[in-house]
Ligand binder design. Structure first.
Ligand code: UDP
Ligand code: MN
Length: 317
């Protein structure tokens, strides 16, 4: 009994030690957890925060979607509907507008639950700017997982969330309609932002490739819509008038190329019944997956080709 009673403190001491060592383990576990959390945060930071760093062929880590992106794309959420839009932006030297446009549109469309991929058609050749041909290239390069297009100027930002960017099943939908556009108010205007199903765009044979320099390609496209017997739709019930869009274009700095050489003066008002997707000539120099402030877009660097005997006005003077 004496022996065993003397052992008690020992036992007690051993108990106490095991108590202390349990305490130790709890602290160790806490420490390990903290390390794990810090490590995870560091990993997320390293793999998804690098804006403008996700260019092809630069040996970066494969792109991991950030938690916010995962949430935003909601790929499996049926409330986003079955359709996906290719947002086609004809582009050259509007870098500061692009930096605003891509994050703005990505957020705007996500909020409206519009599945989308933004394509920037960057014209690399040294011919005059050709908005219509770039849209044709965008259509052909936009892949099979998109079933409608929005041809969209880089400098027009929709300000009203009631604007419809959904699948234009019934016919082409002119979002930037003449009563809402800040600058252009004529009845047959279809420029700025126009939505079409891929089927309808194909039916028009796309846009004419004859328009180099500013303007008229959209007016010619209006005539194609009529020829293809497509009914044009425009927004209804939008009460924000010409404040519906913000036009982030400084025309003093970004001058419109309105030169008309002799032959072009007559040509610009003609319809082009033959040309379009079927006679488009171009080369894709490269594709780059880019994120701008967390918003993904695909830059398609494009060389347009010009038959100088047919459209000599493609050359800058
Ligand atoms: N654009 C471009 N670079 C140019 C000219 C035009 O990127 O040098 C693209 C851009 O998307 C722009 C659209 O073509 O929003 C229409 O051109 P612009 O803004 O000059 O025409 P507006 O509608 O203002 O008359
Ligand atoms: Mn503009």
């Amino acid at each position: 009994m004496m022996y065993s009673s003397r052992r008690k403190p020992v036992l007690y001491f051993r108990d106490d030690r095991s108590f202390l060592s349990r305490k130790c383990t709890v602290w160790k576990l806490c420490g390990l957890c903290m390390l794990f959390v810090l490590g995870s945060l560091l990993w997320v930071q390293l793999t998804c925060s690098g804006d403008m760093s996700q260019t092809v062929g630069h040996g970066h880590l494969p792109h991991q979607p950030c938690p916010t992106e995962r949430h935003a794309s909601s790929a499996d959420d049926p409330s986003w509907g079955p359709h996906k839009m290719a947002l086609i932006v004809p582009f050259r030297e509007r870098f500061e507008e692009l930096l605003i446009f891509v994050p703005y549109m990505h957020a705007f469309l996500n909020k409206k639950k519009i599945r989308h991929q933004i394509f920037i058609l960057n014209q690399l050749d040294h011919f005059r700017f050709n908005r219509a041909s770039l849209i044709n290239v965008g259509f052909l390069e936009s892949g099979n997982d998109t079933d409608y297009i929005a041809m969209h100027d880089v400098d027009l930002l929709p300000q009203n969330e009631d604007l419809d960017y959904g699948f234009p099943n019934e016919g082409p939908f002119h979002v930037a309609s003449p009563d809402l556009h800040p600058l252009y108010h004529y009845k047959t205007y279809v420029g700025g932002i126009l939505l079409l199903t891929k089927k309808h765009y194909q039916l028009c044979n796309g846009m004419s490739n004859r328009f180099w320099g500013w303007g008229r390609e959209d007016d010619e496209f209006f005539r194609r819509l009529k020829t293809a017997d497509l009914k044009l739709f425009r927004p209804v019930g939008i009460t924000t008038g010409t404040k519906t869009f913000r036009h982030i274009h400084d025309p003093g700095w970004r001058k419109r190329d309105q030169k008309r050489i002799a032959a072009q003066k007559q040509e610009q008002f003609k319809v082009d019944p033959e040309g379009g997707l079927t006679n488009l000539r171009y080369k894709v120099e490269s594709r780059q997956e880019v994120t701008i402030s967390g918003a993904p877009c695909t830059v398609i660097n494009t060389f347009l080709e010009c038959d100088i005997s047919l459209t000599p006005w493609c050359q800058p003077s």
